[in-house]
Design a protein around this ligand. Structure first.
Ligand code: NI
Length: 175
């Protein structure tokens, strides 16, 4: 396991469309372990391949039980996800505005409007088909990470400059 370097903006790799993963070689397991280690090291809740320079369609997400929200563990804490070749196959028409940050853009946070829930189809690390429906913070993380695979950053969704502000690094949800 190794902590990988997280690519920061501006960098062309963060703006490219990542490639579909066709070969489930053992190195993919090593990659996901590194992604989890890197994400946890930075207290993040999600990380996409391109953020560590791997232009492959893969992301990991995790809300750790230690993350507290008003003194209580976050209701979605505990579950970890590895999703390969993710595709959004359904989403709510209702939008929610929520705060986001990005490990590729430390020191900033912003408010982004996204569908409340999404249904995502993809493959597991074992090359098995998977389908998962998530809401709340997880839905936000999933959409943020899938955007990364398409070269999109959360700030692209923010048109009102008052909805983007500076924060102490590692203070907010970092994806
Ligand atoms: Ni991000």
């Amino acid at each position: 396991m190794a902590i990988r370097e997280v690519i920061q903006v501006p960098n062309d790799r963060l703006r490219q469309k990542a490639n579909t993963i066709v070969s489930f070689i053992p190195e993919l397991k090593q990659l996901t372990q590194d992604m989890f280690e890197t994400m946890r090291h930075h207290n993040g809740v999600g990380l996409a391949g391109p953020q560590i320079g791997v232009l492959q369609r893969i992301f990991v997400a995790e809300i750790r039980p230690t993350r507290l929200e008003q003194g209580e563990p976050h209701p979605q804490s505990g579950a970890s996800y590895i999703i390969i070749n993710p595709k959004i196959i359904g989403y709510s028409n209702q939008l929610a505005e929520g705060q986001e940050g990005c490990l590729s853009m430390p020191g900033w946070a912003g408010l982004v409007e996204r569908p409340n829930w999404v249904e995502v189809q993809g493959q597991s690390i074992e090359d098995q088909p998977l389908k998962v429906k998530v809401d709340g913070l997880l839905a936000r993380i999933f959409q943020h990470e899938i955007d990364h695979l398409n070269g999109i950053l959360y700030t692209d969704h923010i048109t009102d400059s008052e909805k983007l502000w500076q924060v102490a690094a590692d203070e907010e949800n970092e994806e």
